[in-house]
Write a new protein. Structure first.
Length: 373
């Protein structure tokens, strides 16, 4: 195994830098924004250090212009988990790439392994345990994943990892993890590896967001100012417009809110309308979602008034029928045959009016059922 290098601890956490990162590790002690976190158990005498030109020279530049790690990251026969975390990026997106060069020592005594991971929650923490990964749950690529002797390249070799599965721009970090089980000075695995010329290429975001309308009427509504709810799969600015059927659409304008919601500023007249919602991401990619609906507010009000009139009229003829029946009862008790005949005629007439009035109630109730939704 290659001998120990001077232990060098660096943990600089400056403000998030713009994308398009490029680092050649000319001065590991002067790295800005990078985090070197050794979570090996137990921690050994080294973490990441300035390259040792006596083991091998850098891929480019001065002979020691690379960053290295070795078996002394832990002690005895234990697990190495040594993290090299790049500065935070604010525009991680699909198809961005990270490229790097790496190699191990010629004739390395034990196999090495290097993981490239990504965190997209912004905190960029590798956690606190040796086997855990903290926020870095996305594995982009692994060099020698099964720790096979002789597989890790012994000459400088370039690797490229492509970012996928990101909803537009995301804030987070990329990290290199020297992760070797049964490593250390007494372990059968681990030796010495170097990393050089790391480059993160942030491609322009050309992916439109996905916008969806999740709530609000999709058919009839008796609400002249219905509320719609909508969302997108990334941070966007929403604009809205409501267009009557057959009318020329107006320009999009700010949605009423709060949040991802919109209600017309004034009550809509009865008719068919289309709500359109546009979501625009920070890269100016935009996508629309739409929903057609019909307003029946005026028809509902009219139908309710008609039903109320029909119910009132039915009540009146119902009262008249009660009175006619009461007079018929009295006529039967003390009236003449002529009085009884006359009272029966009035009852018959009142029943006919009740039947006729009741017949008008059903369509009025149906109209309310159709319009008031």
């Amino acid at each position: 195994m290659v001998g120990p290098a001077v232990a060098l601890m660096v943990s600089a956490t400056g403000p998030a830098q713009a994308a398009n990162l490029s680092e050649s590790f000319d001065n590991v002690a002067g790295l800005t924004g990078w985090q070197l976190v050794n979570l090996s158990s137990p921690t050994g005498s080294t973490t990441w250090f300035q390259g040792n030109s006596g083991v091998f020279a850098a891929q480019t530049g001065a002979a020691n212009a690379y960053i290295g790690a070795n078996f002394n990251a832990t002690t005895g026969n234990n697990t190495i988990s040594d993290w090299l975390i790049a500065p935070s990026q604010t525009t991680l997106s699909d198809n961005d790439t990270v490229t790097f060069w790496t190699r191990t020592a010629t004739g390395a005594a034990g196999p090495d392994r290097l993981e490239v991971r990504m965190s997209t929650n912004g905190s960029c923490s590798p956690g606190t345990t040796t086997t855990g990964v903290g926020d870095f749950t996305t594995l982009l690529t692994t060099v020698n994943p099964t720790l096979v002797q002789g597989v890790y390249p012994q000459v400088w070799t370039q690797f490229t990892a492509t970012l996928t599965g990101l909803p537009g721009n995301a804030t987070g970090c990329l990290a290199f993890r020297y992760f070797v089980t049964n490593g250390g000075p007494a372990g059968p695995n681990s030796d010495y590896l170097g990393i050089d010329t790391v480059s993160f290429t942030d491609l322009p975001d050309t992916t439109a967001p996905t916008v969806a309308i999740g709530s609000g009427p999709s058919g009839k509504t008796s609400n002249a100012r219905p509320t719609f709810g909508f969302s997108a799969n990334e941070a966007v600015t929403f604009t809205c417009r409501v267009t009557a059927q057959g009318a020329t659409p107006q320009a999009f304008s700010a949605c009423s809110g709060p949040g991802g919601t919109h209600s017309p500023a004034v009550g809509l007249a009865d008719g068919s309308y289309t709500l359109e919602v546009r979501g625009t991401d920070p890269a100016s990619n935009a996508a629309n979602a739409s929903r057609t609906f019909s307003v029946t507010a005026a028809a509902c009000t009219a139908a309710k008034a008609t039903l109320a009139d029909a119910q009132k009229a039915l009540g009146k003829v119902g009262d008249k029928l009660k009175k006619a029946k009461s007079k018929l009862k009295k006529a039967k008790e003390s009236g003449t045959d002529a009085d009884i005949a006359k009272a029966k005629a009035k009852v018959k007439k009142a029943k006919a009016k009740v039947k006729k009035t009741a017949a008008a109630l059903a369509p009025a109730q149906a109209a309310v059922g159709v319009s008031c939704v």
